[in-house]
Design a protein. Structure first.
Length: 360
């Protein structure tokens, strides 16, 4: 039997990333741990990125309204109370975290969870790692909201190389109220499950993150990013035929891939972490090789960022390679720019990196 401290101390930064992401915290990996949106006291999409997670202490610190330090269990309690009005006790939060990472529920001797508690856990099953027998359950929104947006030419994205035709096909639009480029997300069957915005104002992007869910008429069009793959509705048939899938970090990378290649096998995980649910989605589509194509997040071979990225990619391989072949597009010759996606700087560079991908 394990206890709360044992579980908490066993969690890697990548583990915490997945949980925070599922709660709507839009985490960003840093050298010390994570920077997240302040879901401890704000709804997803409304807070600033002032919630820090330090891997060496396994603790969060909110640098705005909360102003204090707390662990993963307290974050879950605060986030669910803020988002759903649910008040969990500590042992219930422990159960939630344990279930999320696939551990069996261990009930405290003196505590018994009520029917209401069980309903809470049922409601949040979608946030748990997906096992082969489990069903992925995403929110489904009315797509009529997309008609309320405007659809001008997205000149910055065209300058980056994305074809206007592809932008139109992906229903990329603009939300004047928030001054955001809008990116609708669909599940593998084409159902509308979320709407993300790309902030165009620098101060907004710095304070709240470049990408965040959009709120229109009091509806926040959010969904757990780790339970879906952007563009899979478009690429799934080709993945089934070629038995390969390329996983980029951002939505834009898939649109560039669609611009350059007729036979699209690309998806975006919308972050730098690949979840069990996302692996399952690709395997269910017939993928026998998953090609990780994350950004070049290092300035020099063997610098701290390089070592961190290498460790992160190796952890993905260790987790999933027994289920499916995992290979990596990794710019070890540094032919692309710092923080660039493998496809950002043209078709030729991408093909070079693709053909030289790493097979462990």
């Amino acid at each position: 039997m394990f206890d709360k401290d044992t579980l908490k101390n066993s969690l890697s930064t990548d583990d915490v990333y997945r949980l925070v992401d599922a709660l709507g915290g839009e985490p960003r990996i840093q050298s010390f741990g994570l920077i997240c949106a302040t879901i401890c006291h704000n709804a997803p999409g409304e807070g600033s990125h002032k919630l820090y997670y330090y891997d060496n202490t396994k603790l969060f610190r909110c640098y705005t309204d909360c102003g204090d330090t707390f662990d993963i269990y307290e974050l879950v309690m605060r986030a669910l109370n803020q988002q759903k009005g649910i008040e969990l006790k500590l042992y219930q939060s422990f159960t939630f975290v344990a279930n999320f990472f696939g551990y069996s529920y261990i009930q405290e001797k003196e505590e018994k969870d009520s029917t209401k508690d069980k309903e809470v856990f049922e409601r949040y099953k979608a946030a748990q790692p997906i096992l082969p027998s489990q069903k992925i359950d995403l929110p489904i929104y009315n797509p009529k909201v997309l008609k309320s947006l405007v659809y001008p030419r997205i000149i910055p994205w065209e300058k980056d190389g994305i074809a206007p035709k592809i932008i139109k096909e992906a229903k990329i639009g603009y939300y004047p109220v928030g001054e955001q480029i809008t990116i609708p997300h669909f599940d593998k069957d084409g159902r509308f499950v979320g709407l993300r915005g790309r902030a165009l104002i620098t101060t907004e992007a710095d304070n709240y993150g470049k990408y965040r869910p959009i709120k229109i008429d009091n509806i926040l069009y959010t969904h757990p990013l780790g339970l879906n793959l952007y563009n899979l509705n478009h690429s799934k048939n080709n993945i089934a035929q070629l038995k390969k899938a390329i996983v980029f970090e951002s939505e834009k990378s898939t649109l560039l891939y669609r611009t350059y290649f007729d036979y699209d096998i690309s998806v975006a995980c919308c972050g730098s972490s690949l979840s069990a649910a996302q692996v399952k989605l690709l395997m269910d589509c017939g993928a026998q090789e998953i090609i990780i194509a994350f950004d070049r997040q290092f300035k020099a071979i063997s610098d701290n960022e390089f070592l961190r990225l290498k460790k992160h990619l190796l952890s993905i391989h260790k987790k999933y390679n027994s289920l499916v072949k995992i290979t990596f597009i990794f710019d070890k010759k540094m032919i692309t720019s710092y923080k660039a996606a493998p496809i950002d700087e043209g078709k030729e560079k991408f093909l070079t990196l693709f053909n030289e991908r790493i097979v462990l």
